[in-house]
Design a protein around this ligand. Structure first.
Ligand SMILES: Cc1cc2nc3c(=O)[nH]c(=O)nc-3n(C[C@H](O)[C@H](O)[C@H](O)COP(=O)(O)OP(=O)(O)OC[C@H]3O[C@@H](n4cnc5c(N)ncnc54)[C@H](O)[C@@H]3O)c2cc1C
Ligand SMILES: NC(=O)c1ccc[n+]([C@@H]2O[C@H](COP(=O)([O-])OP(=O)(O)OC[C@H]3O[C@@H](n4cnc5c(N)ncnc54)[C@H](OP(=O)(O)O)[C@@H]3O)[C@@H](O)[C@H]2O)c1
Length: 411
């Protein structure tokens, strides 16, 4: 066993939160309110790095703002129904300032393990141009998100393709693609919106749709489709709401199978519930597909230097490829888990029960329910930690002092 106090050790008197995205910030804010000290470790040099560095310019929140607020602070009143990416980042920066959240930036967590002997979590981090650090504490909050790493598909020949291949997390706008033939692989919310953006900038996008997909209108009669579903779920079982959603989508958007977008047999809400697959909300891409400005193509079977073979036998030329093929959790890479997470880096237990594990381990933001799921987790975690903290720091009769010293010490 390595010694407990190796060089560059930091004793954290309170929870260690890994990740300064919306989830980590939400837990930190709720802890701050209760006077519980904490440390936030963030691999990047800013808060909300996904939103600041890995999203495209035209992005807006896709749900109405009341479903995207973090606990204890509303969006400014003058924000629109669907705040822009920039507005959301400003909100998060104000949030961090208001709750005095100052993460340790450029601190990538390499490993975290629970030391049974001492009953403490040991969290190793790398910091550029500095020796590794080890943070030691009683509680660990995992807030590294569902989008920590890019998924790059293993399609034969992709490495031989001569044009630029970009994951959507590095895509900012279609400006540099004007006049080019661009293959967008994937038809989730990213693939659809990036195809629309490319079309706006005068590129010629073709979007790969390899399987069935649920596309829903963002709004129905001026009301958010998501809000409508939430409302109906209060009175009706999920399968009935699913039928209504599909009917509404058919009435508003028409028969999408004609455009190459088959609907799955399972309804959109059930698919989200069982497989975490988010339905795609239409922002205008469907109209472009109808106009022939965006092509829909089947799965890619092979890439060659300048062309691409498709599952229907066609061979097409492209100048560039954008992989809108999703993201994954990175938790299995660094957490030596004690049963909270599965091999894919998600809690074993479904929402709303997946936020707490053994030995002071917590998970926030792995609910496949976006910001509202993260906020719900954060409130539960902070309440639980607040109770434990108050119990542990009760003044003892003998000394009147805290059990735990309220300082962080660097060794
Ligand atoms: C393009 C896009 C648009 C989205 N739009 C919406 C939307 O409109 N509404 C909605 O509800 N949800 C949306 N989501 C879902 C999104 O996951 C959440 O909105 C939100 O960002 C989740 O917050 P998080 O803090 O859990 O994860 P993240 O925002 O990913 O934050 C995790 C943080 O952990 C850090 N980190 C990761 N690994 C380590 C490590 N080993 N060591 C230290 N730090 C680490 C990361 O750098 C990051 O800053 C969107 C996602 C994407 C990709
Ligand atoms: N606020 C917004 O407007 C907004 C915008 C973008 C994203 N988001 C959110 O961000 C999250 C991630 O969305 P995302 O669209 O980036 O990822 P995603 O939802 O995981 O979608 C990935 C897509 O890539 C496809 N794919 C994966 N591998 C493929 C392969 N080898 N060949 C062809 N297709 C392949 C998938 O197809 P299969 O379904 O067949 O696997 C799917 O269509 C979601 O929660 C989403 O709602 C929100």
């Amino acid at each position: 066993m390595d010694s407990l106090f190796s060089p560059r050790c930091v004793w954290v008197n309170g929870p260690i939160i890994v990740g300064a995205g919306p989830s980590g910030l939400a837990v930190a804010a709720c802890l701050r309110e209760q006077g519980v000290p904490f440390v936030v470790l963030e691999r990047e040099d800013c808060i909300a790095s996904l939103w600041q560095k890995r999203t495209y310019n035209r992005l807006k929140l896709h749900l109405p703002k009341q479903f995207c607020e973090l606990p204890r602070m509303h969006f400014p009143e003058d924000y629109p129904e669907y705040p822009t990416r920039r507005q959301f980042i400003d909100y998060l920066q104000d949030y961090a300032a208001r709750f005095e959240i100052k993460p340790e930036f450029n601190s990538t967590v390499l490993s975290a393990r629970y030391d049974e002997t001492s009953g403490l979590w040991r969290v190793r981090t790398s910091v550029p141009d500095a020796p590794e650090m080890e943070y030691i504490g009683r509680w660990l909050v995992v807030a590294t998100g569902e989008n920590a790493e890019n998924v790059k598909p293993d399609i034969p020949g992709l490495e031989d393709f001569a044009g630029e291949v970009t994951h959507v997390s590095d895509y900012k706008s279609g400006a540099k693609y004007r006049g080019k033939r661009v293959l967008v692989v994937g038809c989730g919310n990213s693939g659809m919106e990036v195809s629309l953006d490319l079309s706006d900038y005068g590129a010629h996008p073709a979007m790969v749709v390899r399987d069935a997909v649920h596309v829903l209108p963002r709004e129905v009669l001026g009301k958010s489709t998501f809000e409508l579903a939430v409302l109906l779920m209060r009175w009706l079982p999920l399968w009935v709401v699913d039928k209504i959603m599909v009917l509404v989508a058919w009435l508003v958007l028409g028969d999408l199978a004609k455009l190459g977008l088959r609907r799955p047999a399972t309804g959109p809400l059930e698919l989200k519930e069982t497989h975490g697959r988010t339905p795609v909300l239409d922002y205008g891409a469907l109209a472009r597909i109808r106009e022939g400005e965006i092509d829909v193509v089947p799965a890619v079977t092979r890439f060659n230097k300048s062309h691409v073979q498709l599952a229907d036998g066609r061979v097409l030329n492209f100048d560039a490829v954008i992989l809108a093929t999703g993201y994954r959790s990175n938790v299995p890479k660094w957490l030596q888990d004690n049963g909270l997470f599965n091999k894919d880096g998600y809690p074993n237990t479904a929402f709303p029960h997946g936020w707490k594990g053994q030995s002071g381990l917590y998970a926030v933001g792995f609910t496949k329910r976006g910001l509202s799921g993260a906020s719900a987790d954060a409130v539960r975690i902070a309440k639980d930690l607040g109770n434990v903290w108050r119990e542990e720091t009760k003044p003892t009769k003998r000394t009147g002092a805290c059990h735990r010293r309220c300082i962080s010490v660097v060794f």
